[in-house]
Design a protein around this ligand. Structure first.
Ligand code: BGC
Length: 753
């Protein structure tokens, strides 16, 4: 608690007039009072105009506090994997500050690929420290929209296809960030599972699918993670925009889940004052008052929750009950963030932050295939290393939309490899193909000149010649952050690799057997060459330490332990949304030109229901290219036989599964024990299996450990839409334990009474 002298000192800054009275501290500033009392006191002092002012932006990224009372402004910032640079007051372009560069952390696909909850806490804590140092109060992230289609341009900002994995990985991140007195804003609530038509679509989904697949990460974020804010999405559900949606915000979030935090709109997601007032929105950002396409400068008074709201109250058409509820939520948030005198100061680019970024990158990289143990690179077998591909030299932290960053530094793959192998190796580079030579987002420039006018043939020939005379060939390609790749606002146009990469890879595979393909992307891609390529690594957008993390894996300094957070289908039609569901929207409506503007929205039916990702592959017996949960190591692990502490359980019981894991290889490494549950007989159709527990274990060569995972009936339940409740049906279940959704090593049956 602050000493009285300190409080008086604080008051001197806030309002000299309080000093004259000296002894009376207003309740809202008195830290000996409860937050509830302080909120009520502040509320009672505020005018109607001050209350309404608090509900909407005053600049691109800030909202006003109450200047007269010394209640500070809220400063928000993107985003999920690093703190966004400062933009001008009312522009997206740069403010031109020189003190706003930061560390970029691996994108969230990489974080979830670690399957390591501790990493998620480290990530959140470090990122929150950077946000705090940059004086931000609300961090616009993490993103937890479920991976429904590999074409979604924003999948790299999310955590994959599984609601359980996403829920477990997001909670520590939130707690880590918020331990700094910086709120998270978990986004985009809800059903924003594609970028195409994000402003002009209406999602049609059944309740069971909504509750089983798309809502759990948000529920975990607010109920377990206690995210102090949540961001509404752009799309519509039941014909109402998500950021002003009665069903999502009032009925589910605030009533069912008892959410007491602040609902923030996505930028420009509000378009109706009455709905914004009544349907659960608390804080409006980014509106354009004449529609979403054209902005009006400094139009903050014209926001839907600004003057129009005030007019409705003044004319008596609307009461003040909703207003006070919104302001109370914002004041509560203020006491946790802006008015929290105990929050730390934060720091930027500490050695610890760099180490965390590097380690998460290493743990997130997934070794998809390593036929003949091409990796790790062994210089005894030869030291001529060819690095081929544009992504080895392309800056990836600039671009991709709102998560674009201005970094202190970004270690590129080629530089990371060169610095790791130093003089011991002869590292040569060939471009192989030209993809995107851009490198600017909102005025942040990568500073790279990637222009190369050579023809595709010339580039290919150079690469092939280099590959022929090398001992190792490392191709670093994939997607990038330019439009229609992994980028906000648009989806990818096709599932294949862009820019002639398939041809380059196929040609390289023919001339060198020591060949590894490294894919830098946030999405699955088609791999028509997979049979000819011995080794494939899924590297994500790894941020500032990208090159160092990759070099550690290539060299074997770090042993791969990442696991896929989503399935890689062989072809697009093998993905449920493309096979059975609607993407990018209803076909007839698409043909009729729907979705072009908000007056003509397009419907997207999630006909595939709960069968998303591996749930679909399993059920339809469609073999994926690489399964959810898949990831190899340079070591080998042996699973013992699973045991259970009970074979019959009641609805109230917990049940524990134990399995012995042994590192049978020659290197220290980590394995992820994955527990899937299968309902052997059910009155409703259920997925073949669903992830319900996981644990990452580190083992030295020869070492073994017992791993126990405990579940209760929530792991056995499905959502009964008619009853509107979760039901665990009595009967036989099976626990399937393995190291991938398609590598079940041991099973054990049990019965629920
Ligand atoms: C994005 C959000 C982002 C916001 C502010 C929106 O367009 O959808 O994710 O936080 O802009 O930049």
């Amino acid at each position: 608690m602050l000493k009285k002298t300190a409080i008086v000192g604080l008051l001197t800054i806030i309002s000299p007039s309080f000093m004259a009275q000296n002894t009376t501290i207003p309740v809202y500033l008195d830290e000996s009072k409860s937050v509830g009392q302080r909120v009520q006191d502040a509320l009672a002092r505020m005018t109607l105009e001050e209350k309404v002012a608090m509900l909407h932006a005053q600049s691109k990224f800030s909202s006003p506090g109450v200047p007269r009372l010394g209640i500070p402004e809220f400063w928000t910032t993107d985003g999920p994997h690093g703190v966004r640079p400062e933009v001008m007051w009312d522009e997206w372009n740069q403010a031109g500050w020189t003190n706003d560069s930061i560390i970029a952390y691996p994108a969230l696909t990489a974080l979830s690929a670690t399957w390591n909850k501790k990493m998620s806490w480290n990530y959140g804590k470090a990122l929150g420290e950077e946000a705090r140092y940059r004086k931000k109060d609300i961090l616009l992230g993490p993103g937890v929209n479920i991976y429904r289609t590999p074409l979604n341009g924003r999948n790299f900002e999310y955590m994959g296809e599984d609601p359980y994995l996403t829920s477990k990985m997001v909670v520590p991140y939130i707690k880590g960030v918020q331990s700094n007195g910086v709120a998270t804003s978990v986004k985009h609530y809800a059903l924003n599972n594609q970028e195409m038509f994000r402003h002009t679509s209406n999602v049609i989904i059944d309740d069971r699918t909504l509750y089983e697949i798309y809502l759990p990460p948000f529920k975990a974020a607010v109920t377990e993670g206690d995210s102090w804010t949540i961001m509404g999405a752009y799309d519509m559900y039941k014909g109402q925009y998500a950021s002003q949606n009665q069903y999502l915000l009032n009925d589910i979030l605030k009533k069912e889940w008892g959410y007491k935090g602040v609902v923030v709109s996505d930028w420009g997601a509000v378009n109706n004052t009455e709905q914004a007032i009544h349907n659960g929105l608390d804080l409006e950002f980014g509106s354009w008052t004449n529609g979403l396409s054209a902005g009006t400068k400094n139009a903050y008074d014209n926001y839907y929750l600004a003057q129009p709201y005030l007019n409705l109250i003044k004319s008596g058409k609307v009461g003040t009950q909703e207003l006070d509820d919104k302001v109370m939520r914002l004041l509560n948030l203020a006491y946790k963030t802006t008015m929290n005198t105990k929050k730390p100061f934060g720091n930027v680019a500490s050695e610890e932050h760099k180490a965390i970024a590097k380690e998460i990158g290493e743990e997130g990289i997934v070794l998809l295939k390593n036929y003949g143990n091409v990796l790790p690179i062994d210089l005894n077998k030869g030291n001529r290393i060819a690095v081929i591909g544009e992504n080895a030299i392309k800056i990836m932290t600039v671009g991709g939309g709102s998560s674009s960053l201005k970094v202190k530094y970004e270690t590129l793959p080629l530089d990371g490899i060169k610095s790791r192998f130093g003089n011991q190796a002869n590292v040569q580079f060939a471009r192989g193909y030209v993809g995107d030579i851009g490198g600017e987002y909102n005025g942040v420039k990568s500073g790279q000149d990637l222009k190369d006018d050579r023809s595709a043939d010339e580039l290919l020939n150079e690469a092939v010649e280099l590959a022929k005379k090398s001992d190792y060939v490392i191709f670093v390609g994939g997607l990038n952050k330019s439009d229609f790749q992994d980028s906000e606002g648009n989806d990818r146009k096709s599932y294949g690799l862009p820019y002639n990469q398939d041809n380059v890879i196929a040609a390289l595979a023919k001339v060198n057997k020591n060949f590894a393909v490294v894919l830098v992307s946030g999405n699955a891609v088609a791999m028509p060459w997979i049979k000819d390529v011995p080794t494939v690594l899924q590297s994500w957008y790894l941020g500032s330490e990208a090159g160092n993390s990759l070099a550690a894996i290539l060299s074997g300094d770090a042993n791969p332990s990442g696991k896929l957070p989503f399935s890689f289908p062989v072809k697009l039609e093998d993905n449920a949304a493309h096979n059975l569901g609607e993407y990018p929207g209803n076909k007839e409506e698409l043909a009729a030109g729907k979705g072009k503007d908000q007056k003509n929205p397009i419907n997207i039916r999630y006909n595939e229901g709960i069968f998303v990702g591996y749930r679909w592959h399993d059920t339809k017996k469609i073999k994926p290219l690489f399964s959810f949960g898949h990831g190899l190591s340079y070591s080998t692990f042996e699973f013992g036989k699973a045991k259970t502490d009970k074979t019959i359980i009641s609805q109230e019981d917990k049940i524990t599964f134990t399995v012995n894991i042994k590192n049978t290889g020659k290197r220290a490494g980590a394995e992820v024990v994955q527990l899937y549950i299968s309902d052997l007989k059910s009155s409703v159709q259920r997925p073949v299996k669903e992830l319900k527990g996981f644990e990452k274990v580190y083992l030295n060569p020869g070492e073994q450990k017992e791993v126990s995972i405990t579940i209760d009936k929530t792991a056995l339940s499905f959502f009964d839409a008619e009853k509107h409740e979760w039901v665990a049906e009595p009967g036989a279940f099976e626990a399937l334990i393995g190291n991938s959704s398609d590598e079940i090593k041991t099973k054990v049956k049990f019965t629920l009474q």
